[in-house]
Design a binder for this molecule. Structure first.
Ligand code: ISE
Length: 302
């Protein structure tokens, strides 16, 4: 890694998330510049490239091998994540890969095995909750022992509305995956087994698929986490966690919106989606990732 200059970052996939990452890099991250981007949608590539001052290249592979690209952000469709991460590892370029890292446990293990062969951690997965002020406040309370020994975690994760073609598998790889990471991070232990129950709630959901999942996770020590994900909650977007400890309990604080009382009722604005709810977390995730790269510091994220 070149220590003496602004890092060149390549961004693959410029949809909602990739475009957001590119703009965060260009406008809110010190020590980095977006130098090459790729998206199969030419108009989209054009618009993002222009706004961040990057070169448009012909393929994802061309981003990875670009001479000015020191590190890569992967935000292309989920099926491409593992193959592109492997291509980055072949060139020993650090990667920030959007979740999910892979389509199966076997594919994820291939990535880990390749990274182990290279001999240093080069892959960070976009689990931005680890940079969210509300989650960090909870984590700090746990670390200070304010609730005693954490015993049980409960997480809730609600999206306003899913895509019409939502599948149970996609609720796991696109949404529950965040809660699984939060559980192992906040409880500071790996999950040993998971039992999942599902329910079909939204009328647009195909028969046999579930848009509400309840995952009961058991850690190696015998402690548990109960994770609820519901992707058709209608009222807006919401994520929260509570941890019950041996001496008390801790809950993630609200999102800082004022409570408005009017006409004998009280209301608080709810975020429309994760881009709004986790705006600060996304910016801090990028800043944290970039700042450690020149010194090869241990990755601060998952
Ligand atoms: C979305 O893709 C995300 O990554 C969000 O963080 C998550 O909350 C949402 O459920 C996913 O669809």
């Amino acid at each position: 890694m070149r220590r003496d200059r602004v890092l060149g970052i390549g961004v693959i996939g410029l949809g909602g998330m990739g475009g957001r990452h590119a703009r965060i890099l260009a406008e809110r991250t010190q020590g980095a510049r977006v130098c090459a981007v790729y998206d199969p949608d030419g108009a989209r590539a054009e618009s993002v490239a222009k706004s961040v001052g990057a070169e448009i290249v012909a393929s994802a592979e061309a981003v990875i091998s670009h001479a000015d690209v020191d590190a890569v952000v992967i935000a292309s469709p989920d099926v491409t994540h593992a193959p592109l991460t492997l291509a980055c590892l072949d060139l020993e370029k650090p990667v920030m890969c959007e979740k999910p890292l892979a389509q199966s446990a076997a594919e994820a293990r291939m990535v880990v095995a390749r990274e182990t062969e290279v001999g240093r951690r080069l892959v960070q997965v976009g689990f931005m909750r680890r940079y969210d002020p509300a989650h960090l406040a909870l984590m700090q309370a746990l670390a200070e022992g304010r609730v005693g020994e954490p015993q049980v975690m409960r997480g809730w994760h609600r999206n306003e509305a899913s895509r019409p073609d939502i599948t149970s598998a996609r609720v796991v790889t696109g949404s529950l995956i965040h809660d699984l990471d939060s559980a192992r991070w906040l409880m500071n232990e790996e999950i040993a087994s998971v039992r999942v129950a599902g329910q079909r709630v939204g009328e647009n959901v195909a028969v046999g698929q579930y848009d509400l999942l309840l995952a009961e996770c058991r850690f190696h020590s015998g402690r548990h986490a109960l994770l609820e994900v519901f992707v058709n909650a209608r009222f807006g977007y919401e994520v929260g966690v509570e941890v019950i400890g041996s001496m008390g309990m801790a809950v993630t604080p609200g999102e800082g919106n004022a409570i408005i009382k009017r006409g004998r009722s009280a209301a608080v604005d709810v975020a429309p989606d994760w881009l709004v709810r986790f705006d600060t977390a996304y910016a801090r995730q990028m800043a944290g990732w970039i700042s450690g790269l020149p010194q090869d510091l241990p990755l601060s994220g998952a």
